[in-house]
Design a protein around this ligand. Structure first.
Ligand code: FCB
Length: 441
């Protein structure tokens, strides 16, 4: 890979920081969700999480040890503003100054994400992402942060995974704020994309010569069989999951077949929330696309019974603790496909990783061999894509350490470093040392 290739790890504020009610932080929708019974597995909460708020410098010693040259993190919007969503909270900003300076002193390039889901509760009470008028609050926040850090941050990400925000939060109700409406989830998607397009020039004007982009979770769907039903279902899945975001970001309109499918099934009255200029705003050119890749989806149409639809021509491989299939070829093919269809100037893998729970051995090691295999095979997939001409400029593993995995609480472990959530002791796993070896070679 190129010499200046970005090797990193990724985290997000709510999942690691803890200290959720100090230094003027206002309440986040995830504080609220954690306090609502039965929303989070084992009633876990993130009041302490990894205590990264207090331990960030120790955690960054591990970045030095790994030898990464970049670190992806997110800013907690509720730390940055007061209840009016306009006045800045200097104590919150000061925390991120300390953190970012600590990274810069180590020669590590920070990749800053503005919205990794923990948004202010008051923003939601004003209507949140379903209310177009609320976009202005996100722009206000983007302006505050990019003014404050514009001269020291070179890489900006507006939103992390709009699909997850809208589908898990507004359609399936399994993430904050726990709503269940297909129509609202589509409005949320749209407003996230419009707010992204409007934030890009604000960030650029406050942070000259920086790179700005968005992060999408992309999951290629593949038909379980060659039946026309499965082919059709796969087309609809890919439009819903991937193209619904990629198409408008890269100058097209929302894909039509899936929209017609929702309308004809009575799920939505129509796509009636698009204003005249919206497609131009959404497709504001960016400097890079961030891709989060975990797995593929094997799609089987539910319009024919399984017994009439055999054999399944695709055999799924090994699965992680999240039940996500380990499928590195999907990453190589996805990178090639996105490059061919949309030609982003530059691509970063902004998340890639796997959930596996391994015990601490008697000698203190954590031998997470399956994570080692996952890491090696997915980095090989990146190499293959680079060899085939994909402008891939970085790889960031999810995650630096075990953390609060949203509705799953602490039971899904994605870290290169294990955390004992009683004592907060950190233990680098076998995969940590393997990643170090890969980076150094
Ligand atoms: C992604 C999220 C990240 C983490 C991983 C496992 O969807 O961006 O915060 O939860 O999944």
């Amino acid at each position: 890979m190129k010499k200046d290739f970005m090797w990193g790890v990724a985290t997000s504020s709510f999942q690691i920081e803890g200290s959720n009610d100090i230094d003027g932080k206002i309440r986040s929708i995830w504080d609220e969700f954690c306090d609502t019974p039965e929303k989070i597995k084992n009633s876990d909460h993130a009041k302490i999480a990894c205590d990264h708020y207090n331990k960030f410098s120790d955690d960054f010693n591990f970045l030095d040890e790994l030898g990464v040259n970049c670190y992806r993190f997110s800013i907690s919007w509720p730390r940055i503003v007061k209840e009016d969503l306009k006045t800045k909270n200097q104590k919150g900003l000061d925390f991120y100054h300390r953190m970012i300076n600590n990274l810069l002193d180590r020669g590590i390039e920070p990749f800053l994400t503005l919205n990794h889901w923990d948004i202010p509760q008051i923003f939601l009470e004003k209507g949140g992402w379903t209310n177009r008028d609320c976009i202005k609050y996100f722009l206000e926040y983007s302006d505050i942060v990019s003014r404050e850090f514009g001269d020291i941050i070179n890489y900006w990400i507006t939103h992390n995974e709009p699909w997850v925000i809208s589908n898990c939060g507004y359609k399936d109700g399994i993430h904050a704020p726990g709503e269940k409406s297909v129509y609202d989830s589509l409005k949320v998607n749209h407003h996230l994309l419009v707010s992204h397009g409007q934030a890009v020039p604000i960030i650029r004007s406050n942070s000259k010569d920086s790179e700005v982009g968005i992060v999408l979770n992309l999951t290629p769907g593949m038909p379980a069989s060659s039946s026309s039903e499965d082919q059709k279902a796969t087309l609809l899945f890919n439009q819903f999951f991937n193209d619904w975001f990629l198409d408008p970001l890269y100058g097209k309109k929302y894909p039509d077949e899936v929209a017609q499918d929702w309308i004809s099934n009575g799920l939505i009255p129509g796509i009636d929330f698009i204003n005249d200029n919206d497609y131009d705003i959404i497709s504001t050119p960016t400097d890079f696309l961030g891709i989060n890749y975990y797995s593929r989806a094997i799609i089987r149409s539910d319009s024919i019974s399984e017994s009439d639809n055999l054999p399944i021509e695709i055999v799924a491989g090994e699965k992680t603790d999240f039940d996500w299939e380990v499928y590195p070829d999907g990453l190589e093919n996805l990178l090639i496909d996105v490059h061919r269809r949309y030609s982003p100037k530059s691509i970063y893998i902004t998340e890639n990783g796997c959930a596996y729970d391994y015990p601490i051995e008697s000698d203190g090691d954590i031998l997470d061999t399956k994570r080692v295999e996952y890491l090696e095979s997915h980095i090989q997939a990146c190499r293959n894509a680079v060899d085939k001409g994909v402008p891939l400029n970085g790889y960031m593993h999810w995650s630096l350490m075990d953390n609060f995995e949203w509705a799953e609480g602490y039971c899904k472990k994605f870290g290169l470093i294990g955390i004992d959530f009683e004592t907060l002791k950190r233990t680098p796993k076998k995969s940590f040392w393997k990643y170090k070896e890969i980076i150094n070679s």
